[in-house]
Design a protein around this ligand. Structure first.
Ligand code: ADP
Ligand code: MG
Length: 293
């Protein structure tokens, strides 16, 4: 590695809000084949909002939302914050919850008004409360096919309803992915969200490959899988959950406000929300080495 390449490339990068934490990252970039992108907070804005509440037969919309929000009050998960906000916007009073328990990558549970409330991804809730009524299953599929994230709400072991949440794509997500492909790189979408939602979002972005329903602790294994096939992999993520995958990747790129732990695990830090800075990192790294090596 020539220091000159690093200095020149580093300067160009810094001007675009790209901080190179590991000098070796620039050299690795020239071998890159795949760019794995976390969905929530990386491709999307990470600010989900509740767009629909669908009660199961025998339940009222507001009762479902109220219990879900009460259970989620103690959670810091962005989906939980969105559920609480939706309840507040409808002026619903939230009873205090006890025994709150967060289940990373799955959901949350708590005791509300003496009732056991579970909120989380459909697969996890189905394990706790069994299958959803047919009307709800149809609504679930419809919302997921639109790219919405759906969480189920179970009360005392029975599915009581679903909440659909929308998380807008970042304004430059489509263009950033198009530019990655033009540069000859394979984009891959990685998410803890369900398969149908992942597929809808990937299709909207022109991303051919996705890995869905990946638990936080499994994300780094997905990176390793690609590496074992001989690929050179960059991982782009923003959250605490992404840190092990950022470390495992040949180049780890933290983006956005980013959790401190994600920043520490990363080789490259992108300041701000501009997803196209990922492509800029690649082109600057390549240019720096082409000129001097
Ligand atoms: P991502 O990989 O998209 O950042 P997470 O791993 O945090 O997502 O969560 C994966 C899935 O688990 C979410 O899509 C959601 O269905 C569910 N989930 C996790 N935490 C919660 C919560 N507090 N409330 C509701 N659902 C949750
Ligand atoms: Mg995330």
């Amino acid at each position: 590695a020539t220091p000159l390449a690093l200095i020149r490339g580093g300067g160009m990068a810094a001007a675009r809000g790209i901080l190179i934490r590991a000098g070796t990252a620039f050299q690795t970039l020239k071998n890159l084949t795949h760019v794995v992108l976390d969905k929530t907070g990386t491709l999307t804005q990470g600010r989900p909002a509740v767009t629909a509440v669908v009660p199961a037969p025998g339940w009222e919309e507001e009762a479902v939302l109220r219990l879900a929000a009460a259970a989620e009050q103690a959670s810091e998960h962005p989906l939980a914050r969105a559920v609480v906000t939706a309840a507040q916007e409808r002026g619903l009073s939230m009873p205090a919850a006890t025994g709150f328990q967060a289940l990373p990558g799955r959901g949350a549970r708590a005791l509300v008004d003496g009732r056991q409330v579970v909120v989380g991804n459909p697969r996890f809730v189905a394990e706790a409360a069994g299958a959803s009524p047919a009307t709800l299953a149809a609504a679930l599929e419809r919302q997921q096919t639109r790219g919405q994230t759906v969480v189920l709400v179970a009360v005392d072991g029975q599915v009581a309803g679903l909440l659909a949440l929308a998380d807008e794509l970042k304004p430059d997500a489509v263009q950033a992915v198009a530019r990655l492909r033009e540069a000859g790189l394979q984009p891959v979408l990685l998410t803890g969200d369900n398969r149908r939602t992942a597929q809808a979002v990937a299709a909207r972005l022109g991303i051919g490959q996705y890995r869905a329903e990946v638990l936080p602790q499994e994300k780094s294994a997905v990176i390793r899988e690609f590496q074992q096939q001989g690929f050179c992999v960059a991982m782009v993520g923003d959250g605490i959950n992404d840190a092990p995958a950022l470390m495992q990747a040949d180049v780890g790129i933290a983006i956005g406000a980013g959790a401190d732990i994600a920043i520490e695990a990363a080789d490259v830090v992108i300041v701000g929300e501009r997803l196209q800075a990922v492509v800029d990192t690649y082109t600057i790294g390549r240019a720096a080495y082409r000129k001097t090596v």
